[in-house]
Design a protein around this ligand. Structure first.
Ligand code: NFS
Ligand code: SF4
Length: 649
């Protein structure tokens, strides 16, 4: 039951969500918003990171009176250990997702991929050459097999450093070498993270934190990068595509299927299955007008980018979507799917179907996804939804009208193409625009929502402020969905909201001022874009030279901790709207928020206010511009007639 200490309008900013939150309150349904209030007095020890329950002499918690745990661990050790374990959790999530895709690529190469195939051979061959595979005279399956083997080694390598590190600018690679944080195999890094943080092993907070950077690099440049590359090979490289966002994409008279989670393999097949004439016919026979497939969280981003499937909502909207009473089936895979979903679904005919053996919830139907017979599996789920449509109670249906148009699909490939055209595809025009100051810099706004912040409000306020100040914004994950709901992912948004310089560029190229680059593993695409900028020339020779900032305004997940950590290790400053759980150690806080600047040329910055964050981001960008010596005022001064005549002599 919800206590309403927080006024409803402080919980979300979009009308659709507010309407559904109101509905939940009326029905007495428990949602994140009401549970947040019942959890309101959150544990101060947990918040400051000084609670340790790593061994069973504890749990121990550090206070002024008890400055040491039973084993003698101090706050610095405990806070650093907890932080490393969070980074490891996030890295594991992204990387296991990556591994799954690599195994699928291997199956495809061996002719055992069922309906999956190599959709983008060009990207396959280009990736293969980058990793030293000589692909001439080899079939695409042979190349795919060799590439899959190289990628699998990225997980298992014991001593050898990750090959994907070579995708970074040379100067950055040298920084990693100098700081001794080049990761070996991803699995090894994760095991080592657990080993170091178990009782009685690594106690030097700095040594622990350096392994956090090493582990995070194995995510950003390893697991996540591999996930993006392989997704493009198997499912196709995204190109700009139009669609819609928010709960209003659900159909009043259609069979509504929601996909939710992260791994694209099943949703890719669902996207195909729902347009199968046989399925559409079955839906009509059941009395519906058709089938609507829509997504929540990153699975949504994946199929939006490749098929234009609409976005139903982001993280905090997953329960709200069910409260429409119009969802036949919600199909979950892994990550960010709340355990509360079956409980909410109970009030309706809605079925929650889990599809991954490693992600099951009591109350959900479990139907393990059969990759060997992927399309059949997907069709089975669609049939289940059609069947369930007959049980929908129209009296319980309430779909908010909200729906906004969007353009997504900005892979680095497609940005390069849009900037330069087919024959001269290049980042040059972007670099020139930054050098000339028409675009001041680039901001990656990424990450989740969190009930601690009015849903989407920080992300949207900051995004508007930045594009007004001529900063090009790159989005992934739930931040991209927030922008979509606000109509910021349209070329028209540039005309209305961007500063004059950014508007000019957006108009010339035909892009929105905010580019949707994909899911959270696709933050690797942001690193790729930053690398392209360095390689294109004129903006320094390391990622830390580029006027670019990463921002996680409303983050909540361990994955966001890993992402922030690899960004900083990559030389990109990171602004957090919510702090890490590290305030219990001054040393850890200082190291992460200042000390890393000397090591990597970047650090974390915590800023709870979006307006102040906009100023901070501009300061960070301008500092980089000053250093590059490109911050001079434009030399195009207007001359009067007399001056002109003088100039001609
Ligand atoms: Ni990213 Fe994507 Fe969203 Fe946060 Fe969850 S969906 S992986 S973790 S909540 S942005
Ligand atoms: Fe306490 Fe040390 Fe055990 Fe942690 S490892 S629970 S601080 S005794």
């Amino acid at each position: 039951m919800s206590e309403t200490n927080v006024p409803r309008e402080k919980k979300a900013m979009d009308q659709a969500s507010l309407q559904m939150i109101e509905r939940a309150e009326k029905l007495g349904a428990s949602t994140t918003f009401s549970r947040y209030e019942t959890q309101k007095v959150q544990c101060g020890f947990g918040k400051s990171g000084v609670c340790c329950r790593i061994c069973h002499m504890g749990p121990c918690r550090i206070t002024a009176k008890a400055p040491l745990g039973i084993c003698g661990a101090d706050a610095d050790t405990i806070v650093a250990r907890n932080y490393l374990r969070e980074v490891a959790g996030g890295t594991a999530a992204h990387s296991d997702h990556g591994r799954h895709l690599v195994l699928l690529l291997k199956s495809v190469a061996e002719g055992k991929g069922g309906q999956y195939a190599i959709k983008d051979e060009k990207v396959l061959r280009r990736a293969a050459r980058k990793f030293g595979i000589i692909d001439a005279d080899k079939t695409k399956k042979q190349v795919a097999g060799e590439l899959a083997d190289i990628f699998l080694k990225e997980f298992t390598s014991q001593e050898e450093h990750l090959k994907t590190l070579s995708l970074a600018p040379l100067k950055r690679q040298a920084v990693w070498k100098r700081q001794n944080i080049e990761p070996a195999g991803i699995d090894r890094m994760l095991v080592e993270a657990l080993h170091r943080t178990t009782m009685g092993v690594d106690h030097d907070y700095k040594n622990i934190l350096m392994h956090a950077f090493r582990t995070a690099l194995s995510d950003g440049w390893g697991g996540s990068r591999v996930a993006s590359i392989v997704s493009d090979i198997i499912f196709g490289t995204p190109i700009p595509i139009a669609s819609n966002a928010n709960l209003g994409v659900l159909g009043e008279k259609t069979v509504n299927i929601l996909v939710h989670g992260h791994e694209p393999a099943l949703s890719e097949m669902l996207a195909i299955a729902v347009s199968d004439p046989e399925m559409v016919k079955a839906a009509k026979e059941a009395g519906a007008e058709g089938i609507t497939l829509a997504g929540i969280c990153c699975t949504a981003n994946e199929i939006l980018m490749r098929h234009g499937i609409p976005l139903a909502g982001n993280f905090l909207q997953q329960e709200l979507a069910l409260l429409t009473g119009a969802v036949e089936v919600m199909i979950t895979d892994v990550q960010c799917c709340m355990p509360s979903l079956p409980e909410i679904a109970k009030a309706y005919h809605t079925q929650i179907v889990s599809t991954s053996d490693i992600a099951q919830t009591i109350g959900a139907v479990h139907e393990a996804f059969d990759e060997q017979h992927a399309l059949e599996s997907a069709k089975g789920l669609v049939r289940r939804a059609i069947e369930n449509y007959k049980r929908r109670d129209p009296a319980k249906v309430c779909i908010p009208l909200a729906k906004r148009a969007l353009v997504a699909g900005f892979s680095v490939e497609s940005i390069r193409y849009m900037l330069g055209g087919t024959f001269r595809s290049t980042f040059r025009p972007l670099n020139d625009a930054i050098i000339q100051g028409r675009i001041k810099g680039v901001a990656g706004i990424v990450g989740c929502n969190n009930p601690k912040i009015r849903m989407d409000s920080y992300m949207i306020t900051l995004t508007r402020e930045l594009i007004k100040r001529d900063v090009l914004v790159l989005n992934t994950g739930c931040a991209a969905i927030a922008s979509a709901k606000e109509g910021l992912l349209t070329p028209e948004a540039a005309l209305e909201l961007a500063g004059p310089g950014l508007r000019e560029v957006c108009e010339a190229v035909g892009i929105p001022p905010v580019l949707h680059m994909g899911s959270c593993v696709d933050n690797a695409r942001i690193l790729e874009a930053a690398t392209e900028i360095v390689l294109e020339g004129g903006l320094g020779d390391d990622l830390s030279d580029v006027p670019a900032v990463g921002i996680a305004p409303e983050w909540m997940s361990e994955k966001a901790v890993a992402i922030g950590t690899y960004c900083v290790a990559s030389g990109i400053d990171v602004v957090l709207g919510l702090p890490f759980h590290i305030s219990g150690s001054e040393k850890v806080t200082n190291f992460l928020n200042k000390g890393t600047h000397e090591l990597f040329g970047a650090s974390f910055h915590v800023c709870p206010d979006p307006h102040e964050a906009a100023t901070l981001v501009m300061d960070l960008i301008n500092a980089k511009r000053d250093k590059l010596n490109i911050n001079k005022k434009s030399e195009r001064t207007l001359l009067d007639m007399k001056q002109r005549r003088e100039a001609h002599v």
